[in-house]
Design a binder for this molecule. Structure first.
Ligand code: PRX
Length: 661
């Protein structure tokens, strides 16, 4: 065993091979440092050059960054452009025109290819249909769609006419959808009759009907329905129309609406520590610049690449690295409708082999579940598939544990593919801390270093930078073009949540705690510092889940939700519930737990269902009435409580939490 192999995983370093370095855009650490120095010496000039180089401007900008109304920064704000032109039209007349833009694989394995020219034509037709139904620049459009070429077309068509899309993950419930329809005052909803996942056909349009029936969405004039299956779905006359109806006779060219650089491209809701999900608002030019640039930097995109990001368009990863980034980069990408385990847990590897994917980007939870599956069913181990087309792997959404990293590296990447562990958030618009495949030596479990132009630090409560090796709060010292502009119609919340006065009021507070390695300064993410949970890479607020439980008014008096570590999903949801009735018997508790999970599924979606439920006659509280969440976390982790509980108003209560459902 060589010295390096005897080191524990977290201390091993995997430098890029010479051949990878030689071919890379950013080639070696000297290149990386040179870019960082350029940004440090002339921050505005750095970004202005990149924006001129990577975006097609109808009206060039003269101003780069305006900090007058900090933290409401604006970028390139006298420039004008259109996002769909930057993803599609710009490729016409180039070799990309007839290149495959999307390889779509349906749940049942049926494969459809669409070229850039065909995609542009279909986006134009859809944009014309939206205009014909009175959708204008600035109007909000909800997209509630399964993974499909049509979903991407819907997003691009909105961008083409300057309408602001708000994609809602198709796993969210009618309530969650309703909340987003009301908050955005959407004028139209784009949906599908059904979604096909894991061999099942699930109704989708009926959830839209249910959401609309909840009221207060009078702004919604139209529901456009993609007929995904033969099974008809109910259509409300006048309001609902199928894609076939609205697209018939629409020309396949459409003059793009040229918008200001700061025009909102989309609103995407994400969970925060308090209240309802926040409508994160992104600006057209800044977002698009970063989507394109990180395709080049982080994925080192080449013309012959086949890129596959397994995220859903309902999340930010699907916005940046499916709907916009790959198209802006002129890539061929795979879009998958189904789930990794259907019809068997080798589906991902089979698809990489079938489509000769060269870049594969997925979440640690998926990797962990496939490790487990291949232990139980050796025939779905990646060794049984030809993965020789791969040259680069990526990870996103949650910390990747070194063991899962190593398995991914060895068995999927054949020890030859770098892994880019990309740290980012809905708010950051794209990857912000990530290795560069042709430069950064990799260390399992670390997302390594900030990308050029991104100034990340770790600080204590007083805002002072902590020494390497000491944990603290992750902050970004300066804004960059892709940072979210605001929370939709709630600028106060934006300022309060992300730019606390205690840190100077101008630094972006990510909400994650992190530590830098003493040996190389690499960033390692520890986890959220606020009441945000990360279950399988899905971001959920404890408050949201608590509200969903308490909404079951006939049953629940009080609820508290905490996270507990989970070997598969990273974190699991653990709920402590006080019932209105008497403390339940074992039999009653089982039945009630089923109803509580159903209630949360109905209120938010199945992803928010608590894995563990405890019942008690009350929650552990201080004498001033504050719930002692720390104790609940101990119980959830199965730890014995060693700390002093004498400050608790009701210390005996802890003994009740000995049964879990
Ligand atoms: O806690 C961090 C975690 O996911 C959060 C952001 O969630 P969301 O806005 O849904 O975006 C997810 C996809 C970009 C972060 O605050 N997170 C994301 N990527 C990583 C991560 N934690 C550790 N390592 C990562 N690579």
């Amino acid at each position: 065993m060589s010295n390096i192999e005897s080191l524990s995983l977290e201390h091993r370093s995997f430098p890029p091979s010479e051949s990878v370095v030689k071919q890379a855009r950013i080639s070696g650490m000297a290149d990386y440092h040179q870019l960082c120095t350029k940004a440090a010496e002339d921050y505005k000039g750095f970004w202005a050059n990149l924006a001129r180089q990577h975006l097609f401007w109808h009206k060039p900008f003269t101003r780069t960054l305006d900090e007058t109304h900090a933290p409401f920064y604006t970028w390139f704000d006298d420039g004008e452009l259109n996002a769909s032109v930057n993803c599609l039209d710009k490729h016409m007349g180039t070799p990309v025109q007839n290149k495959t833009a999307i390889i779509f694989e349906a749940d049942d394995g049926k494969v459809t290819h669409i070229t850039y020219q065909q995609l542009l034509e279909r986006v134009c037709q859809f944009a014309n249909a939206l205009k014909a139904h009175g959708v204008h620049q600035g109007d909000r459009v909800i997209i509630y769609m399964p993974m499909s070429i049509e979903g991407v077309i819907a997003m691009q068509a909105c961008a083409r006419i300057g309408a602001i899309h708000s994609v809602v993950f198709a796993g969210f419930s009618a309530n969650a959808l309703h909340e987003r329809m009301v908050d955005t005052e959407a004028v139209a909803v784009i949906t599908a009759s059904h979604q096909h996942r894991g061999g099942k056909i699930l109704p989708l349009k009926t959830i839209v009907d249910e959401a609309l029936s909840l009221g207060h969405c009078d702004a919604v004039q139209h529901v456009f329905v993609y007929q995904r299956s033969e099974t008809p779905c109910p259509l409300t006359p006048k309001r609902d129309k199928t894609f076939a109806d609205i697209l018939a006779n629409q020309p396949n060219t459409c003059e793009p609406v040229i918008v200001n650089a700061e025009h909102p491209l989309f609103i995407l809701y994400t969970s925060g520590s308090t209240g309802k999900p926040k409508g994160i608002q992104h600006a057209t030019a800044g977002f698009l610049l970063w989507a394109k640039l990180t395709m080049d930097w982080v994925f080192d995109m080449r013309p012959e690449d086949i890129f596959w990001c397994t995220a859903d368009i309902g999340w930010i990863t699907g916005h940046t690295y499916i709907a916009y980034g790959p198209l802006a980069a002129g890539a061929t990408q795979v879009i998958f409708e189904g789930t990794p385990s259907y019809p068997h847990a080798g589906r991902f590897w089979e698809m990489i082999e079938r489509h000769r994917c060269s870049i594969f980007y997925t979440a640690p939870t998926a990797i962990r579940s496939l490790i487990k599956a291949s232990e139980a069913h050796p025939e779905v181990h990646p060794a049984h598939y030809d993965l020789s087309s791969l040259r680069l792997l990526g990870s996103v959404g949650e910390p990747i544990n070194p063991e899962a990293w190593m398995w991914y590296y060895q068995h999927v990447g054949g020890k030859r593919c770098p892994i880019v562990d990309t740290f980012w958030q809905t708010e950051t618009g794209g990857a912000v801390i990530s290795p560069l495949p042709g430069a950064t030596p990799l260390v399992p479990g670390s997302c390594t270093l900030p990308l050029p132009g991104i100034l990340a630090s770790i600080v204590d409560e007083t805002g002072h930078t902590v020494p390497h090796g000491t944990g603290g709060m992750l902050v970004f010292e300066k804004p960059w073009p892709a940072l979210a502009r605001t929370i939709w119609r709630n600028p106060e919340r934006y300022q309060l949540a992300y730019f606390p006065a205690s840190l100077g009021g101008h630094r972006y507070l990510a909400g994650d705690s992190a530590v830098r390695r003493p040996d190389n300064g690499y960033f390692c993410m520890i986890g959220r510092m606020d009441d945000v949970l990360n279950v399988s890479g899905h971001r959920l607020g404890t408050m949201e889940i608590e509200s969903a439980l308490v909404a079951l008014t006939e049953l629940v008096a009080e609820a508290a939700v905490v996270a507990c570590p989970d070997p598969l999903t990273g974190e699991a949801i653990c709920a402590f519930v006080v019932l209105k009735g008497a403390y339940p018997s074992d039999h009653e508790a089982k039945q009630i737990a089923v109803r509580l999970r159903e209630g949360v599924t109905q209120n938010i979606g199945a992803i928010a269902k608590p894995k563990y439920i405890y019942f008690g006659e009350s929650l552990p509280k201080t004498r001033s009435g504050k719930i002692m969440r720390r104790l609940l976390r101990n119980i959830a982790k199965g730890e014995s409580i060693t700390q002093d509980t004498s400050t608790l108003e009701n210390p005996d209560i802890l003994a009740q939490f000995d049964r879990v459902y």
